[in-house]
Design a protein around this ligand. Sequence first.
Ligand code: MN
Length: 423
Amino acid sequence: MLQKEEINSYNKRHETVHQRSLDFLSEKLAHQGVDIEGIINKTRYFQVAVPSWALGTGGTRFGRFSGGGEPGSLEEKIADVGLLHALTASCNAISLHIPWDIPQDAGAVKALAAKHGLLFDAVNSNTFQDQSGQGQSYKYGSLSHTSAIVRQLAIDHNKEVIDHGMALGSKALTVWLSDGSCFPGQQNFRKALSRTLESLQQIYKHLPSDWKIFIEYKPYEPNFYSTVIQDWGTSSFLANQLGEKAFTLVDLGHHLPNTNIEQIVATLMMQQKLGGFHFNDSKFGDDDLTTGSIKPYQLFLIFNELVEGMTSGDPEPAWMIDASHNVKDPLEDLMQSLEAIRIAYVQALLVDRVALHEAQEANDAVSAQNILQDAFRTDVRAIVAEARRVDGGALDPIGVFRAMDIRKQLIGQRGEKAIATGL
Ligand SMILES: [Mn+2]
């Protein structure tokens, strides 16, 4: 475990410059009537879950280039998220994928996570691949399958995932289906959707009273003609049919190019139906690139709607990073994502909402754009760094990670060939 003193000693090197940037920003914001302390506090509480599958080097269908020292067990995955949380103080939860991360001893796993200051976020089911020894195949779908026996297998799996999650203190189940078809005519759209709803209703019955179910959508891949839950409208339909514990989950990469995701967010929040949120970035499809690496302005505009919703009293969604990489060290990648997410959040907090509403009501497009871009062009990194520092994190997390040669240490402990389980 990374010691607080080690982080503090690195922080000392950056203290003077950091303080100067913070004072400069503080004075600038004070002129605008913004209380910087309030913003820092809100930032501290903005915590994002890290999924257990983001800790290893991701692959594509063409190849996988492991970086070494990857976590080979659930315990090591928890240690990696603990390390990230120690450095960034911004990811206090881990999201597990069952069956990749079935806890053998839930009590011990829970205790280990608590030692790292971690909670268990939503648990994720997996019916997009067959598990060894599985009697039936998901090749042609799971919850929507034409065979009742396959559907039952998938329903039972989701119930088991809920049971695992309950033992760990999770409060939500995320369902993402790869169900769909590759060729026109292959699947009856109406029957597939209606079977999916019936299957979800069975799972919903198993949900404890204080749990939520998040329904994720995706337009294509791995199926390339149709996906049963293709868009937010379909997810929203299912959530509304299921009941008050069911919500839509928005994954940034699960949209066709140029989709107005911020408007989807606003529409779902207005109905109190946005339950979960997955961060990543993309150029073309579900590219799973580092959050904020390609379209930081879009990320800000999305956060602008999220903050608009949260300040109107809509429930805060469950935040999670959902990305996986071929090129970067996965831990460094996650640190970049965590930073980008908080930057966009803080910029959205800086939007002069009263003035924006006035400009909108007056149909003043020029002022509205200026108000948004004033916030977006504010360099808020000192606020994000200060929020980390106050909570014992590093002013420069990647700098510490590199200076301490943490990847080399992990390779020393786990080996060059250690490959994260599940990917
Ligand atoms: Mn996702």
